[in-house]
Write a protein that binds this ligand. Structure first.
Ligand code: SAM
Ligand code: SF4
Length: 418
């Protein structure tokens, strides 16, 4: 698998050179000319740490969290102040960690962002199930949050305890959601857990829509090497059968596949901090994707604060794209939405998609991975599984390597992804 994917990457980028990330200290970011980009804010604190979780997070303390938010406000100011005038952005997502632990400061962060940016398509926040109370939701809504994403993982006692968590209280969630509605209520599930059946998964997703979700995300369990989880990932064939069955079931019930892992009940219900052409990330471990570069902030909360206090941005590693690498990166993340519109490619790169990848698209059609209609390429079920499989592989090898290193070193000198 690793030889095949390395060759695929080399072929598509027309280069055998790996992605090289180097340590660069930024004082400003070159984003003033970008259009339709998104914002992300990372809040890395949790009440307790889940053994399977790869994200950048620490145990919560009020003092640590407040010091961090002070630095975050400063980072937003440092980046935003370089703009000649207020800039339009599509969306803002708060992720973590459990960002609701900073509930009393979400309004402050939003007003700092509002000094430099105008958000056109809404503000989302990730919530731990224990944050889903009427009081917290009212406070979030009052601050301007329009979408929520709840990390359910599983409603079943058995699978929740396998993941080392308590099963969420579905009735309490139902009551809170009925009292405080949001434009998007998304629920996250981890599936493909050992011995999990289609019936088990179906029960989970049915319950989600029943208690108030209008959008769901189902992520196959990934066994990251640097986490201490003892849970083993499901074998490929079994995972594919489960994904195909649940996709068939949800499609039959009239839900829309919004992206490779997400399904929505209503038009307008969406939650994705990933499928954006360009974005700016604030906070420890946040990433920034510009027209020709990709940056990762330091994962160390302490180093993050120190950098900001010294008047510099907290960028740890940066990679600069060649045109082909940027195209592959764009296609990979756009394909996450299960469709690619050739007009979007041409708008972004100024060159027709067919001119650059005509042979690959012809081959993908021939092999039954995509269909084409009026310049829009849509993945078939087979194509979606193929993508899912490669995405899983790249996530495991690239994210595992990068996050594994970043957790150990605040500012590594260099890193290569082959
Ligand atoms: C930042 S996390 C969680 C949000 C919230 N803190 C919580 O725990 O409910 C975002 C989502 O990533 C998914 N996730 C975390 N670890 C995973 C893993 N090892 N494999 C697959 N999905 C994972 C979970 O579904 C989780 O809800
Ligand atoms: S899954 Fe959520 S609560 Fe658990 S450690 Fe990760 S971010 Fe924190």
């Amino acid at each position: 698998m690793s030889i095949a994917t390395s060759l695929a990457r080399a072929w598509l980028t027309r280069s055998f050179k790996p992605f090289t990330f180097t340590a660069e200290m930024d004082e400003t970011l070159d984003f003033a000319e970008l259009e339709r980009f998104g914002l992300y804010v990372h809040i890395p604190f949790c009440r307790s740490i889940c053994s399977f979780c790869p994200y950048c997070k620490e145990l919560y303390s009020k003092e640590k969290c407040d010091g961090y938010i002070d630095a975050l406000l400063e980072e937003i100011k440092m980046v935003g102040a370089s703009l000649p005038e207020k800039k339009e952005v599509t969306s803002l997502y708060f992720g973590g960690g459990s960002p609701a632990l900073a509930l009393d400061r979400i309004g402050e962060i939003l007003s700092r962002i509002g000094e430099y940016f105008t958000i056109t398509d809404g503000v989302g926040i990730e919530l731990h199930p224990s944050d889903v109370t009427e009081e917290t939701l009212l406070c979030l809504k009052g601050a301007g949050i329009t979408k929520i994403s709840i990390g359910i993982q599983s409603f079943s006692d058995g699978y929740a305890s396998l993941l080392g968590r308590k099963a969420p209280d579905a009735e309490a969630i139902r009551r809170a959601l009925a009292a405080v509605p949001f434009e998007t209520v998304s629920m996250d599930f981890i599936f493909a857990l050992p011995s999990q059946t289609f019936e088990d998964l179906k029960e989970d997703v049915d319950k989600a829509f029943e208690v108030g979700a209008n959008h769901i995300a189902i992520y196959p369990f990934i066994d990251f090497t640097f986490t201490s989880s003892k849970v083993k990932a499901m074998e490929k064939g079994e995972k594919r059968a489960l994904l195909d069955q649940i996709t068939g079931y949800l499609t039959e019930k009239g839900y829309q596949r919004e992206s490779i892992w997400t399904f929505s009940k209503e038009k307008g219900a969406n939650y994705s901090s990933m499928t954006r052409e360009t974005f700016l990330g604030f906070g420890a471990s946040a990433t920034t994707l510009l027209k020709d570069s990709f940056k990762v902030n330091t994962f160390s909360v302490e180093a993050y604060r120190e950098r900001i206090q010294s008047g510099k941005l907290p960028t740890s590693l940066t990679t600069r794209f060649t045109e082909r690498k940027r195209m592959v990166y764009w296609l990979f993340w756009t394909a996450y939405s299960t469709k690619v519109d050739e007009r979007d490619f041409e708008r972004f790169f100024g060159v027709p998609l067919k001119k650059k990848y005509g042979f690959e698209l012809w081959l993908a059609k021939k092999m039954g991975y995509v269909t084409e209609e009026d310049g829009v390429y849509r993945m078939t079920l087979k194509g979606a599984f193929f993508y899912h499989h490669f995405e899983g592989y790249y996530t495991l090898s690239y994210i595992d390597k990068m996050w594994g290193l970043m957790r150990k070193q605040a500012f590594p000198k260099q890193m290569q992804l082959k």
